[in-house]
Design a protein around this ligand. Structure first.
Ligand SMILES: O=C(O)CCC(=O)C(=O)O
Ligand SMILES: [Fe+2]
Length: 340
């Protein structure tokens, strides 16, 4: 069986699409990073996504409803300790504060999936983003040794612990979602074997920008996952809500943001929107975030499961590997290409 990182090797990028700008030595936003069509990055702040207490006896209903109306929510009482979140954030800061020459030692290879580099979606836009990332799939040890030949162990321990805890939380959320969709867990054989999901950890850094109104942190996109659990403590994340426009996600201490991705949109037969989101750079502060992407194993065939009687499926069956491939080839057309 192949893995998510093997699937990515089939879609090599060129170095221009991998090496971030040397942000430390830049005093103005270069033309390559200036987004002329920006809408001022405004948002409608009369609205906000729901916050859900995972210990609420009605959690499944609240989560399902939030997925249906917003495609996103914040979750509290998720059992990920504040201490672990602090440790993760401090390691993320330690990584991105390294000198550029050191970070480039862990550069993602053109055909690779892990390591330091630009966001994968960069190749679909003609302007670059004010962003640098570090992708982890499985053990981060090899790349961590490139960053810190001696002091890599703490980073690895914390990231591995975080991935493990995130997977437990993702299983808990998935169980609530399946309950809401009245879908039995048996329909997804992989769900019965903990540890078989495809998971990926994406560390994001948005360096201080000399002209935030012209630069884009992360361009609008949907995630390829079932859903993504995001840890962030600085404003900047916005989600697009039909009929309302961009809505800011307000960081709440201890809360994690959950975004519905394309695969859950398919599974729910479009009942849940895959939420379009972006990052803007309004706050005069370096921003960090950690995204945990949760998906079935790459050879699992996914199709709309949550059909009520008489409903027709809107998408054909697609393996996770095929879908990841379609998205890597065409960011915006992947979903429509499997529509029945
Ligand atoms: O930095 C954020 O808040 C969002 C990150 C994100 O959307 C991603 O990594 O896919
Ligand atoms: Fe995202």
């Amino acid at each position: 069986m192949s893995t998510l990182s093997q699937v990515y090797t089939e879609y090599p990028l060129n170095l221009q699409q991998i090496i971030p700008l040397d942000f430390d030595s830049i005093a103005t936003v270069p033309d390559s990073h200036a987004w002329p069509d920006s809408d001022g990055f405004e948002s409608n702040d009369r609205f906000s996504i729901p916050t859900i207490d995972l210990r609420d006896p009605d959690a499944a209903k609240l989560i399902g409803h939030a997925c249906e109306t917003w495609g996103a929510f914040q979750v509290v009482n998720h059992d990920i300790s504040l201490n672990l979140l602090d440790e993760v954030e401090s390691e993320v800061r330690r990584l991105f504060s390294l000198p550029t020459t050191r970070k480039l030692k862990a550069l993602r290879s053109p055909g690779g999936a892990t390591g330091y580099g630009l966001a994968r979606i960069s190749s679909f836009f003609n302007k670059f983003m004010w962003h640098e990332g570090f992708t982890i799939m499985g053990s981060p040890t090899d790349h961590a040794k490139e960053l810190w030949p001696h002091e890599y162990q703490k980073f690895c321990d914390i990231m591995e612990d975080y991935q493990k805890k995130m997977e437990e939380l993702a299983r808990n959320l998935m169980r609530q979602i399946l309950k809401y969709l009245a879908t039995s867990e048996e329909e997804m054989d992989w769900f019965g074997s903990p540890g078989s999901a495809s998971i990926c950890l994406q560390l994001n850094s948005y360096p201080l920008c000399p002209d935030p109104r012209r630069a884009m942190g992360l361009a609008p996109h949907t995630d390829t996952s079932l859903f993504t659990i995001l840890h962030q403590r600085t404003s900047g994340l916005q989600i697009l809500k039909e009929g309302i426009g961009w809505v800011s996600v307000r960081p709440t201490t201890g809360a994690l943001v959950v975004n519905v991705g394309d695969l859950l949109h398919i599974l729910s037969n479009a009942r849940f929107p895959g939420v379009v989101h972006r990052v803007v750079l309004k706050e005069a502060k370096q921003r960090y975030s950690v995204a945990f992407f949760y998906a079935p194993p790459v050879d699992f065939h996914l199709f709309p499961l949550a059909l009520s009687s008489g409903q027709i499926p809107l998408y054909r069956s697609v393996s996770v590997a095929e879908y990841v491939g379609r998205k890597a080839k065409n960011l915006d057309k992947a979903l429509s290409s499997i529509r029945i």
